[in-house]
Design a protein around this ligand. Structure first.
Ligand SMILES: Nc1ncnc2c1ncn2[C@@H]1O[C@H](COP(=O)(O)OP(=O)(O)O)[C@@H](O)[C@H]1O
Ligand SMILES: [Mg+2]
Length: 371
């Protein structure tokens, strides 16, 4: 069903995205390099695309879900190891899980009870991630498959205190032939920083990647998505309301899905209102997570975002408007950094003619909630 709210995991439930799915499956099934990136703003369907593709791929998949890390102010090595532990315990294929547990049995810092694995994060017994990856690679080699290692929302990896996981990924890239790595990222600028796309000093610099980009739906796609979704559940909706929804939800697949899902429980008109409210709350929450990490610049970030929400504009137009909100000047260098950070985190984007705008129009509603 198109309107089911969780990330999709089967082709029938995924609207459009044939090209992207085809590209990802080609990466998985052919020797097209060790590292793929799935890039797209929040709620464009990265996790869905990933799940659908992995379901159609034979090998062992280890999916490390870093969404949970976004809410943590500090990401410790311990929480990372816990996520890795969850990933191993959540391997969906029984066959692969038991084969992997078999190999891991002898590894330092790994304890197995029943069908569950426990990983030690500190002291002498600390597990070694490179060693685990070597085991995965070995297992894949023996079975003549590729093992897939996924970091969902991989930009968060840059925040693990005192741990350079980019070095380990570079090692895997160069030496572990049977391992394919997929990084997804909603904060595309931050993901590029993590892999050092423009930094020759970075361990992963210069390594070619297989890139897949997910955009928002166009107006026409949004309308078709809603029409098909409502048809599937046999609900008749007024065309005018559909157009209104397309206008307000701005092609964000996640919001369109939410609207459809809520319409199963209440009249579509009410559902649309509620979808917008929920979206604003979620966005406010995500913005708060961003601001929590940058408390000194909080006021300036908010002023810049509010200025852009009032009216998209150029570097200098937004600067003047933000300064008017603050009633004080922002030094140009500082302003540029703040603007870049908002852009790298995916809250704002620049059009080809150099105007800044909110990536999600509903962020304007979220801003109204934040003090
Ligand atoms: N192409 C699509 N077809 C149907 N539903 C989609 C599609 N893309 C996204 N969704 C829905 O939108 C929401 C967000 O998708 P998700 O895969 O979690 O996005 P991301 O990982 O990019 O944040 C989910 O409810 C998902 O079911
Ligand atoms: Mg996701």
């Amino acid at each position: 069903m198109l309107f089911s709210p969780a990330p999709k995991d089967s082709r029938e439930d995924l609207y459009d995205r044939e090209e992207e799915l085809d590209s990802l499956l080609r990466f998985l099934n052919n020797p097209l390099g060790p590292l793929a990136l799935i890039l797209g703003l929040r709620r464009t369907g990265k996790t869905s695309l990933l799940k659908v593709a992995l379901k159609e791929h034979e090998g062992l998949h280890l999916v490390i879900d870093l969404r949970k890390a976004e809410e943590q102010e500090k990401l410790t090595y311990r929480s990372f190891i816990e996520l890795l532990q969850d990933a191993i315990n959540n391997i969906s294929s029984r066959k692969w899980r038991s084969q992997l547990l078999q190999v891991l049995r002898a590894v330092r810092g790994v304890e197995i009870h029943g069908f569950k694995v426990y990983l030690a994060w500190g002291g002498r017994n600390r597990v070694s991630l490179p060693f685990i990856l070597e085991q995965l690679n070995e297992l894949a080699a023996q079975t003549g498959t590729a093992a897939v290692l996924v970091f969902d929302e991989a930009q968060e990896l840059a925040r693990i205190a005192g741990y350079r996981i980019d070095r380990i990924l570079a090692y895997a890239y160069d030496h572990l032939r049977h391992l394919k790595i997929i990084l997804t990222g909603s904060k595309i600028g931050l993901l590029y920083r993590f892999i050092g796309r423009e930094n020759p000093e970075a361990p992963l610099f210069g390594r070619a990647t297989w890139d897949i980009e997910l955009a928002y739906f166009t107006k026409q796609q949004s309308l078709e998505f809603l029409q098909r979704g409502f048809e599937q559940v046999n609900i008749k909706v007024d065309q005018q309301l559909l157009h209104q929804a397309v206008e307000r939800l701005n092609g964000v697949p996640g919001w369109l899905t939410l609207f459809g899902y809520l319409s199963l429980q209440k009249p579509p008109k009410t559902a649309l209102k509620q979808a917008e409210r929920t979206a604003a709350t979620l966005l406010a929450n995500e913005l708060e997570n961003f601001l929590k990490l940058r408390p000194q610049a909080r006021k300036r970030y908010l002023a810049i975002l509010k200025a852009i929400a009032q009216q998209p504009g150029s570097w200098s137009q937004i600067k003047r408007a933000a300064e008017a909100i603050l009633a004080e000047p922002i030094p140009p260098k500082n302003y540029t950094t703040l603007l870049h950070n908002l852009q790298d985190a995916g809250f704002i984007a620049k059009t080809p003619d150099n105007n800044y705008h909110l990536t999600d129009a509903l962020l304007a509603k979220a801003l109204a909630k934040i003090k």
